[in-house]
Design a protein around this ligand. Structure first.
Ligand code: SF4
Ligand code: SF4
Length: 418
């Protein structure tokens, strides 16, 4: 009689072919390990790029299900900073692989309640604008400063408090005729509520350097937080709205948030349309446009400043020298690179809320470098709202007497000094 065998239990389905193709070049050499802030913090190979690539490959082949708690833990713990990409001799596109893995995880388990709340807030202007406007009022009334501290709630307050302008921008100088073309300002969400002083500095410095700055209605959040979290559908919806809003608006779309800029430049990949690719080709970080213009030197500022590179400017957009060129246009300013300035500060969008312990462990190395900097800088310059809040909040919570500012703020102070 023929043997009756139980039907095999079906395993997890393999991922669609090609989804992880950007990981194909990995030869497991491990050169990326020392560039990875989470590996340096935990010492666990599964928290390194090489370890996570092994996990993503297992997910792709269906050998590990998306519900596996270990897989989820190590992929959740990734900052998405892409510090592993420029050091990889094989040219692995780690960020694309992570994006694909997180989209699969999001479909399997949805989002944690805090992530769901944050993503829903950023999806709709009717939610984020009143929420951040309220935070700005609390900041301006000094409430967030009084509640700032180093526990979880206190650190959140310190982050909000640190968004206050460090110094007012003075009277705008007479600006030259606009000979370098029209640029449309991408205002974003956090930048358009908590960092309006950075927008003011952006408009002023661009105008001084011969750009006509125009405002574009109908734009919104760039969708980077959604894209990084695996909420692909929301990222696409937000990107489509922005591409429509900026259609034919100007020669360039200028952005002063490195995280937003990285995704705006990637809209062609995200949406897969010629229109989105044309939009992406016009996107420039404000430092790129200013560096292309010279920029014009300002009046002297007698200041010690260290520069810390935002990951999404340095690693994702590969913009290295432009912010330094901008700061070097300020006579008298003594500029240094912060040691390990190419390493993430632990902010990474909503990561600091979702993974607070590891985020703070990564930030601690940055704060230690700032505390050890001699002579002590008055300002840390960095061009991304997440980094400004993470480093600024860390400085405030640690009682270190320096402020985090956007590089264009320093240039605007220089242009309007005296
Ligand atoms: S990602 Fe690049 S650096 Fe890291 S192990 Fe693979 S090939 Fe080596
Ligand atoms: S993206 Fe950043 S945290 Fe994630 S593996 Fe690469 S270096 Fe590490």
């Amino acid at each position: 009689m023929a043997e009756v065998r139980p039907a095999p239990t079906p395993g997890p389905a393999p991922a669609a072919p090609g989804l992880f193709a950007s990981l194909d070049p990995c030869v497991h050499c491990g050169f990326c390990l020392q560039a990875c802030p989470t590996y340096l913090a935990t010492g666990d190979e599964s928290d390194s790029p090489r370890g996570r690539i092994v996990l993503m490959r297992a997910l792709e082949r269906g050998e590990v299900p998306p519900s596996d708690p270990g897989l989820q833990q190590h992929l959740d713990a990734c900052l998405g900073c892409r510090g592993c990409e420029p050091v990889c001799p094989a040219g692995v596109g780690y960020g694309r692989g992570l994006e694909a893995a997180r989209t699969i995880l999001a479909k399997e388990r949805g989002f944690r309640p805090l992530a769901r709340l944050m993503l829903a807030t950023f999806r709709t202007e009717a939610f984020w604008r009143p929420a951040f406007t309220l935070w700005r009022w609390l900041r301006d009334l000094g409430v967030t400063r009084r509640l700032a501290g180093s526990d979880r709630l206190g650190f959140g307050m310190a982050m909000m408090s640190s968004t206050a302008p460090a110094r007012a921008i003075g009277q705008a100088p007479v600006v030259p005729a606009a000979t370098r073309g029209r640029v449309a300002l991408f205002r974003g969400c956090v930048m358009d509520t908590l960092f309006t002083h950075v927008h003011e500095a952006t408009r002023l410095t661009l105008a001084v350097n011969g750009y006509e700055v125009v405002e574009v209605p109908g734009q919104g959040c760039c969708g980077a937080l959604h894209d990084h979290a695996g909420d692909h559908a929301s990222a696409v919806t937000l990107a489509e709205a922005n591409v429509r809003a900026f259609l034919e608006s100007a020669d360039f779309v200028v952005v002063n948030s490195a995280g937003c800029g990285a995704l705006l430049k990637d809209y062609g990949h995200l949406l897969g349309t010629a229109e989105a690719a044309a939009f992406a080709a016009r996107v420039k970080d404000v430092s790129e446009l200013l560096a292309a213009a010279g920029p014009l030197p300002g009046r002297p500022l007698d200041l010690d400043v260290v520069y810390d590179a935002p990951c999404h400017l340095q690693h994702a957009q590969r913009v290295h020298d432009a912010p330094l060129a901008l700061l070097r246009a300020i006579p008298g300013l003594r500029l240094r690179l912060l040691p390990d300035s190419d390493k993430c500060c632990g902010s990474a969008g909503i990561y600091s809320l979702l993974e607070p312990a590891l985020s703070r462990a990564v930030l601690d190395s940055k704060l230690a470098a700032l505390a050890a900097a001699t002579p002590r800088p008055a300002y840390v310059a960095t061009g991304n709202p997440g980094c400004l809040m993470q480093i600024g909040g860390g400085l405030e919570a640690a009682g270190l007497p320096m402020r985090a500012v956007h590089p264009v703020e320093l240039l605007a102070w220089s242009y309007t000094a005296g």
